[in-house]
Design a protein around this ligand. Structure first.
Ligand code: UDP
Length: 325
């Protein structure tokens, strides 16, 4: 298939492109390079620098025999989305609308969408399954949920076939070292821990150690980007003969902030200094999910998402001279 990957130069996108090419697909990357990394653009992919806000360009790209679209281009910082919701309306909502409309115009009917655990909001039960209530607590989650809703309507009204993939905590780098460019301005726990290990930061803040979890710190379900990537390829192939679907991509296993720090010390051989500070607003104590549906529908399983593999694959990238000058 000839697949357009928006955000294909980004952190998750560059891993998705690797897997698509390995599976024999032809890839066109569209990325505005606001968060993308030139170094991670696959040399066998066609690259177009541009934005999903450029409707003329989208129409042009989609008129060139594209069979399917994998849409990852979006802003994803939940905190920022509460301060600048307009940025998220513009980039995430308008971008997805433009893309879908250009697809409909050019009769491209297969869509794999990068969604998020943020569509659920605070977990009402654990592990979270796809039937869990959808009550986002940040604007970022709202934009992703709105697009999911739009996809259902386009399915009904226009014959779109979509896969909405709800990622839990994405982490890690390609286990074979093929993606070596660091994610731009990462704001999540694992990259921050890596920056402490390399000495770029002196220490990290742990947001609360009085949660009702095994050691008082927040527990999350970390999923390796290689596992996320393989699910995109399987989703695309599944949609050729099957109906639209929405699934979680997670492991069902939770690790606390202290688990991450201790494992990172073992993997890197460095001391990870930290300070306990107040809880961060909007953080649930624990968030883990079941991916039974993805396993069943896609014959997918997480293979690289144990904490040790995740952290080793990250250290391989962070522990390079050029990445912490
Ligand atoms: N966390 C932390 N210090 C940091 C960043 C994150 O203690 O500098 C905690 C956060 O409270 C949560 C976990 O690490 O329990 C994962 O947070 P992250 O921001 O990576 O992802 P989130 O689950 O918020 O999407």
């Amino acid at each position: 298939m000839k697949v357009l990957v928006t955000g294909g130069a980004g952190y998750i996108g560059s891993h998705v492109v690797l897997d698509l090419i390995e599976a024999g697909h032809e890839v066109v990357i569209l990325d505005d390079m606001s968060l993308g990394c030139m170094e991670n653009i696959h040399n066998q992919a066609e690259f177009i620098e541009g934005s999903t806000l450029d409707e003329t360009m989208l129409d042009d790209v989609l008129s060139k025999n594209i069979d399917a679209v994998v849409h990852l281009a979006a802003f994803k910082a939940a905190g920022e989305s509460m301060i600048h919701p307009e940025k998220y309306s513009q980039n995430n909502l308008n971008g997805a609308t433009n893309l879908l409309n250009a697809m409909m115009k050019n009769d491209v009917k297969t869509f794999v969408f990068s969604s998020t655990a943020a569509v659920y909001g605070y977990p009402e039960y654990l592990p979270v399954d796809e039937a869990h209530p959808l009550k986002p607590i940040n604007y970022y989650g709202f934009t992703k949920l709105s697009i999911e809703e739009m996809l259902k309507w386009y399915d009904q009204l226009k014959g779109l076939k979509f896969a909405a993939l709800r990622y839990f905590n994405a982490a890690g780098y390609d286990v074979n070292g093929r993606v070596m460019g660091l994610e731009k301005s990462p704001q999540n726990l694992l990259p921050i821990v890596m920056e402490v290990a390399t000495g770029q930061r002196n220490s990290l803040d742990i947001f609360g150690n009085d949660y009702k979890t095994k050691d008082g710190t927040g527990v999350r379900d970390y999923i390796h980007v290689n596992d996320l990537a393989s699910a995109h390829v399987k989703a695309l192939e599944y949609l050729q003969d099957n109906d639209s679907f929405t699934v979680n991509l997670a492991t069902g296993e939770g690790y606390s902030v202290l688990d991450v720090i201790h494992e990172a010390e073992a993997v890197t051989g460095k001391k990870i200094n930290y300070t306990i500070v107040d809880r961060r607003a909007g953080d649930p104590a624990e968030l883990i999910a079941t991916s039974n549906l993805a396993e069943e529908l896609l014959d997918w399983e997480a293979k690289y998402s144990d904490l040790n593999t995740i952290l080793k694959s990250m250290w391989n990238v962070y522990n390079q001279e050029e990445n912490h000058d």
